[in-house]
Design a protein around this ligand. Structure first.
Ligand SMILES: N[C@@H](CCC(=O)N[C@@H](CS)C(=O)NCC(=O)O)C(=O)O
Length: 233
């Protein structure tokens, strides 16, 4: 059994997509990040970055006690290795899948995240910041589009690289992007969207999300953090 500490955001969806694809038994423990549940001491023991997702594998392969994993990229790699699925085992296939996974973790995720922040949530609109991240997201979509021009999936065969990238393309309109400008990305996006496991993952999220817009109080919790923030709330 996998315990998944989760909230329905792009990084959370990556893990429900994997778990729905592979059929491992899992239980969702909602971490309402707008209410500050990522600062609870019990959560910080397994998620020291006060961010979800985090998993706890109750039956790790070494036969030892429960094992926690934080960081969505590390979780995807862990689950792929545990199940032997969605990560090629040959050296070249594995390199391709991991390079695109890290590309998402270090590029598309953080840049699109800043794009969301400055376009949607910042209390004042700073045109330079909005422009910077909309353009950088656009550049990254272009990189993905070129890769998908001659690969069915991001790393060739369907893999954890697709599961990492897709949730960050779902909010493309909020990111100021038009999928018609990226035909290969659009073809891949539609094929990802039509996978039953992906649909189930998003349905799980809908069941947990109580409202789409964030209150001012929730914004304060999320966007004013420093090294002093944390501990019990
Ligand atoms: N690099 C981390 C990022 C995780 C992350 O930023 N999670 C966000 C939601 S997508 C979160 O938990 N935010 C809580 C907060 O900002 O306090 C990962 O990929 O797991």
């Amino acid at each position: 059994m996998i315990d998944l500490h989760y909230w329905p955001t792009p990084n959370g969806h990556k893990i429900t997509i994997f778990l729905e694809e592979c059929g491992l038994a899992y239980k969702i423990h909602p971490v309402n990040i707008g209410k500050g549940e990522q600062f609870k001491p019990d959560f910080l023991k397994i998620g020291p970055n006060n961010r979800m997702p985090v998993i706890v594998d109750q039956a790790p392969a070494d036969g030892g006690g429960p094992l926690s994993v934080f960081e969505s990229g590390a979780i995807l790699l862990y689950l792929a290795e545990k199940t032997g699925r969605f990560l090629p085992t040959d050296i070249r296939g594995r390199v391709r899948a991991t390079e695109w996974l890290f590309w998402q973790m270090g590029g598309l995720g953080p840049m699109a995240g800043q794009n969301h922040h400055f376009s949607q949530y910042a209390p004042e609109k700073i045109p330079y910041a909005v422009d910077r991240y909309v353009k950088e997201t656009n550049r990254l979509y272009g990189v993905l589009d070129r890769q998908l021009a001659n690969h069915e999936f991001v790393a060739g065969e369907y893999s954890i690289a697709d599961m990492a990238c897709y949730p960050w393309v779902v909010p493309y309109e909020k990111q100021g992007q038009n999928l018609d400008d990226f035909p290969h990305l659009k073809r891949w996006f539609n094929s990802m969207q039509s996978r039953p496991a992906v649909a189930r993952a998003y349905e799980k999220g809908e069941g947990i999300r109580r409202e789409a817009t964030m209150t001012d109080e929730e914004k304060k919790v999320l966007f004013g953090q420093t090294a002093q923030t944390g501990g019990a709330r």
